[in-house]
Ligand binder design. Structure first.
Ligand SMILES: [Zn+2]
Length: 456
């Protein structure tokens, strides 16, 4: 059997490490100088986020009398026109690179719709340099519809500042900051409607992506992301939650059985995406943490990522850490000295700017990254070490093997290998650890990782 000198050296090094460290493998320093940790393009996008621009958007959206899905010309339709105008204005100052589109359809009557209605999503597409079969798409959304206490009330004033003008403001700000740069991936900035009437706009968009066989690699919804003080009185402006499902609803029975056999049942596409997001935040956003929440959404509640999850796409939800329900879904009123209503004065704009930076880091790093490595396999041999094989994409300069203990929620370390290696041996047990393999670009962005299949 032929063993290249670099592989032989690696085996010796790995063997020595194994002896020295028993079963514990220290993580390679993230700050290894040979490869940048932060992509300069992504750093620019994060830095460009402006608080005043976010506040302007929230206040403008909250000024519509209501944006209820069924509020018609002076409500939802007027808000949709305003969002389309904003996207166009952004595009006009960033080289006309955004394709602004209204997605219009007739929604049949349903549980929260008494009759068929014409609905509108407003989209801005930033085309990537990859096209055709190579195209990869990232979607980032917020919903522009609002509501009061009665979900069918389409006339009462419903400012919806935090739910969800805050999410739409983030989407507009990302469109502004990201359209100043070029990315391999296509990004769809989506302001969707009908969230409160049962996720109608996001369902329409998700189903269209499937029908058009679009390669959506990641979807994020921003919903209730601007308030830092919860109903419990706690103020927290240094965390954001990311919700992810531990299952893939369209997974085949065969794939499910294989994942059970390999013990990779905590590595669904959406959860892998959530861990990728926490990694980007650690690399780009100092003093701020993205908290992994291991459920698809808040208890018994829903959001616009779920229709994408149901189509088999990796999809996650961003939401503030402490919600205040006095300022969500409420008729505007004062009772016993308590002010109810989703008003713009209850949005913390400095916090919202941090949330927009988190989105910028996560979306831009993924958009700039090479493809995920292919043919990633784990050798199921009876040995104390772990052998992984992989094929790196042509635009990667290295791959990183990530690992964590089976009981750990997030990756604990990584080790980098040249793309030419195609094989990595780690001195830790495949019984006790989980693994993934990601690509690294020359400029420092990281791809979504691949979860290895068994090569046994
Ligand atoms: Zn909402």
């Amino acid at each position: 059997m032929f063993i290249s000198s670099s592989v032989a050296l690696r085996i010796i090094l790995v063997g020595t490490l194994a002896l020295l460290l028993c079963s514990h493998l220290p993580a390679q320093s993230v700050e290894d100088s040979s490869y940048p940790t932060r992509d300069a393009t992504v750093v620019r996008v994060v830095r460009e986020v402006r608080r005043d621009s976010l506040e302007k958007s929230v206040r403008a959206l909250a000024a519509f009398p209501t944006r209820h899905t069924l509020s018609g010309a002076t409500g939802a339709d007027a808000a949709a026109n305003w969002i389309a105008k904003e996207f166009t204005a952004i595009s006009n100052v960033t080289g006309k690179r955004l394709q602004v589109k209204k997605e219009v359809w007739v929604q049949p009557a349903g549980t929260r719709m008494n009759s068929p209605e014409t609905l509108t999503n407003v989209l801005a597409v930033l085309p990537g340099t990859l096209t055709g079969e190579d195209e990869r798409i990232i979607i980032v959304s917020g919903h522009y519809d609002s509501r009061v206490t009665d979900v069918m009330n389409a006339t009462s004033r419903a400012p919806g500042a935090n739910d969800d003008a805050s999410g739409v403001a983030v989407v507009l700000e990302l469109a502004r900051t990201m359209s100043q740069e070029k990315f391999p991936c296509t990004i769809i900035f989506a302001a969707v409607t009908g969230e409160e009437q049962a996720l109608l706009g996001s369902t329409h968009l998700a189903q269209r992506m499937t029908a058009e066989k679009k390669n959506v690699i990641a979807m994020f919804t921003n919903d209730i992301v601007g308030n830092s003080r919860g109903a419990n009185g706690k103020k927290d402006d240094k965390h954001l939650r990311i919700f992810s499902a531990g299952y893939n609803p369209v997974e085949s029975q065969n794939d499910l059985l294989r994942r059970r056999a390999w013990g990779t049942d905590a590595d669904s596409p959406s959860r892998t995406l959530a861990r990728t997001a926490t990694d980007a935040v650690r690399r780009y956003i100092k003093g701020f943490t993205l908290d992994l929440i291991y459920r698809n959404d808040r208890y018994g509640r829903g959001g616009d990522h779920t229709p994408f999850l149901e189509q088999g796409f990796a999809a996650c939800r961003f939401t503030e850490p402490n919600e205040n329900w006095d300022h969500q879904h409420q008729d505007l009123r004062t009772e016993k000295g308590v002010i109810y209503g989703d008003l713009p004065e209850y949005v913390d704009y400095a916090y919202l700017a941090r949330v927009a930076q988190v989105n910028a880091a996560v979306v831009a790093d993924l958009a700039a990254a090479p493809a995920t490595p292919s043919r990633v396999a784990l050798k199921g041999d009876l040995s104390a070490e772990t052998t992984l094989t992989f094929v790196a994409p042509s635009d990667a300069v290295a791959v990183e093997i990530l690992w964590r203990k089976t009981s750990s929620p997030d990756w604990e370390g990584f080790r980098r290998f040249p793309v030419s290696d195609r094989q990595a041996i780690l001195p830790i047990s495949k019984d006790d650890y989980l693994f993934a393999v990601r690509s690294v670009s020359k400029s420092g962005s990281r791809s979504l990782p691949a979860i290895p299949v068994s090569s046994r």
